[in-house]
Design a protein. Sequence first.
Length: 24
Amino acid sequence: MLSEQMESKRLAMLLVVLLRRRKR
């Protein structure tokens, strides 16, 4: 069940990066 948490963290990081790039 560690895979689910790791995937969630990776998705959150990707979302943040996308949001940061869009703001620029």
